[in-house]
Design a protein around this ligand. Structure first.
Ligand SMILES: C[S@@+](CC[C@H](N)C(=O)[O-])C[C@H]1O[C@@H](n2cnc3c(N)ncnc32)[C@H](O)[C@@H]1O
Length: 196
């Protein structure tokens, strides 16, 4: 698989276990920042009742498309370009949005712009599922997450582990209500909000 991610390989089973319950009544899932498509290719066959819409930044799209062609499933829609920073619209709305390990990579302005657009992408009542590391009130959950934050910022000063409170504020401003914070292995969280 092009752009294979070891982290993705390690976390996919535990995330799927949660999604099987969380998305049992859902039909159309929009994924932001699908990367190599490893999650989409692993989840979709085991969530056969729904249609999975992968997306990526324009420059990463060829890798994602090539992997989907080789390892995809028939309930995965063709991948499309989506940058949270850019204005985006869809012909019909999704009832869930999933994103993994993206909000600490993209610039904060992209996180803000993306959250502000989400109500236009989703149906009322849609579930927002965010996987990744977060801080709480500015404090890292572990020393390894603090080191990861430093490493991210050395790579790109605009990246960094986000504060849960800042994400929750953006979500509330966009019309979401917080549902649950599920602790996952390797100091990650699965954060859930529902669009009112
Ligand atoms: C660490 S990778 C995670 C990929 C995949 N979701 C996973 O869990 O393996 C971060 C992804 O975020 C995407 N990304 C970065 N900035 C973005 C933006 N402004 N809008 C959408 N996606 C973005 C990158 O292209 C990259 O694929």
């Amino acid at each position: 698989m092009l752009g294979y991610s070891e982290a993705c390989e390690r976390n996919k089973a535990v995330i799927l276990q949660q999604l099987q319950t969380l998305l049992s009544g859902h039909k159309r899932v929009l994924e932001i920042g699908s990367g190599s498509g490893q999650h989409a290719c692993f989840f979709a066959p085991q969530l056969g009742h729904l249609r999975w819409q992968p997306t990526e930044m324009e420059q990463m799209l060829p890798v994602l498309q090539a992997n989907l062609q080789q390892y995809g499933n028939d309930n995965i829609a063709p991948a499309i370009a989506l940058d949270m920073m850019q204005s985006q619209s869809f012909e019909s709305r999704f009832d869930a949005l999933y994103t993994a390990n993206t909000l600490h990579i993209m610039p904060w302005q992209a996180v803000e712009a993306g959250f502000a657009q989400m109500p236009g992408w989703l149906q009322p009542g849609a579930l927002l599922v965010v996987y990744g590391p977060v801080k709480y009130n500015g404090k890292f959950t572990t020393a390894s997450n603090a080191r990861f934050d430093l490493w991210l910022k050395q790579r790109d000063p605009r990246s960094g582990v986000r504060d849960f409170e800042a994400l929750d504020r953006l979500a509330a401003e966009a019309g979401f209500e917080f549902v649950e914070d599920i602790s996952m292995p390797a100091n990650n969280q699965l954060l859930l909000w529902r669009l009112k």
